[in-house]
Design a protein around this ligand. Structure first.
Ligand SMILES: *Cc1c(COP(=O)(O)O)cnc(C)c1O
Length: 372
């Protein structure tokens, strides 16, 4: 089955009992055990059929053995980090998502160190690796500057040190990039973004092949209770069906907007994986099936005033929605990162990030032109 068919069909089969053409919303918190021929459902914190339909679909999209969903992307991240033991170390992208940076800070009290490295620089990563590294935490494309790291090369390096490679694939979505196919051990998603796609449900997921990892993650989630509710799973699964259509349209719009930005005297650097001169162009071509719909640029003026002039673009954090969004990372998403670190990474107060929605591209272009 091809990806677009899996988006609609995987994870759920119509049954003779009711004939529902979509996975039913199971709200029950507990399940009558004598009523089951083959005892599978006990208590909703552990097992829920609506949740499992979404998980089977997410696993199928990456041809993975397992997927688990969580109450947020951060809950998925915290569950992945529950694998670590005191004294171990994590090597992470130096421009990780702000929330991930906050999550890493909580590891200090467990004597787990996180070293931040530019993961697009293989020599720097090689230097950071040693036997105490248990996990490499990669985000690609990076946020907000859209640098691209080579998943295959990092997977090989991680394997040499018996470290797990986790790829936060939130920006690309499984439609544009499949980390497990390039050798990653775990794919993480904030399903809040492209996967659910409508800015109306928060969630996260881990996707992986290893059975022993599944035991650990399932055990942790059941114990911690960081599960999404059935309605959240239902909405996420409904959104997921149109992922490919949305990404296709959003990417076309992004390409149009990139041209507009490059022609504007009010715009400095434009960052986009689809550009000919993107620094990791060859990796983009090998690893991604498209450049996506996040565009970052330098605005040569008062960013706050420009964002306030936008009408169709809502000034808000988050991304991957049907609705177009604009944000200033230094003031919003990347605020938890100390200022000197932000500046070293190139995240100045003039950097603006756009997430293109599915509105008419000409309307979006006009809105942005007026605001610029
Ligand atoms: C939003 C986001 C997260 C966190 O996800 P939530 O669903 O908000 O908890 C993690 N990583 C990236 C790259 C994100 O964009």
């Amino acid at each position: 089955m091809e990806l677009d068919t899996k988006l609609v069909h995987a994870g759920y089969e119509i049954t003779a009992a009711s004939g529902d053409v979509v996975p039913p919303l199971h709200l029950a918190t507990t399940f009558e055990q004598r009523a089951q021929d083959d005892l599978r459902y006990f208590y909703g914190r552990g097992e829920n059929p609506t949740r499992e339909a979404l998980e089977r679909c997410l696993a199928a999209l990456e041809n993975a053995a397992h997927a688990l969903v969580f109450s947020s992307g951060q809950a998925a991240g915290a569950t992945a980090l529950s694998l670590l033991r005191p004294g171990q170390r994590v090597v992470a992208s130096d421009d990780v998502y702000g929330g991930t940076f906050s999550l890493f800070k909580t590891l200090t009290k467990y004597d787990i160190r996180v070293d931040y490295v530019d993961l697009t620089d293989l020599a720097a990563v090689t230097e950071a690796m040693a036997d105490d590294v248990a996990m490499v935490w990669l985000e690609t494309p990076t946020n907000p500057l859209l640098k691209v790291a080579d998943i295959g090369a990092l997977a090989e390096l991680a394997r040499r040190y018996e470290a797990l490679l986790l790829v936060d694939n939130t920006f690309a979505s499984p439609v544009l990039q499949q980390p497990l196919a390039h050798g990653a051990d775990i794919t993480l998603y904030s399903t809040t973004k492209f996967i659910a796609g409508h800015s109306d449900v928060i969630g996260g997921a881990l996707v992986y092949n290893d059975d022993s990892l599944h035991g650990e993650f399932f055990g942790y989630r059941t114990a911690a209770g960081n599960i999404p509710g059935p309605l959240d799973c239902f909405l996420t699964h409904r959104g997921l069906k149109t992922l490919s259509l949305r990404v296709e349209r959003q990417t076309r719009t992004a390409q149009h907007i990139v041209e507009l930005l490059r022609g504007s005297p009010k715009v400095g650097a434009v960052h986009y994986p689809g550009l000919e001169e993107h620094p990791q162009r060859h990796v983009v071509e090998r690893q991604m099936s498209g450049p996506g719909s996040i565009v970052t640029f330098e605005y040569l003026g008062d960013v706050q005033a420009m964002m306030n002039r936008c009408v169709l673009f809502a000034c808000a954090v988050s991304l991957g929605s049907v609705r177009s969004l604009v944000e200033c990372p230094a003031l919003m998403t990347h605020r938890p990162i100390p200022e000197q670190d932000r500046l070293r990474l190139g995240i100045t107060n003039n950097i603006v990030r756009l997430s293109l929605g599915i509105e008419d591209p000409h309307d979006l272009a006009k809105d942005l032109t007026d605001a610029l």
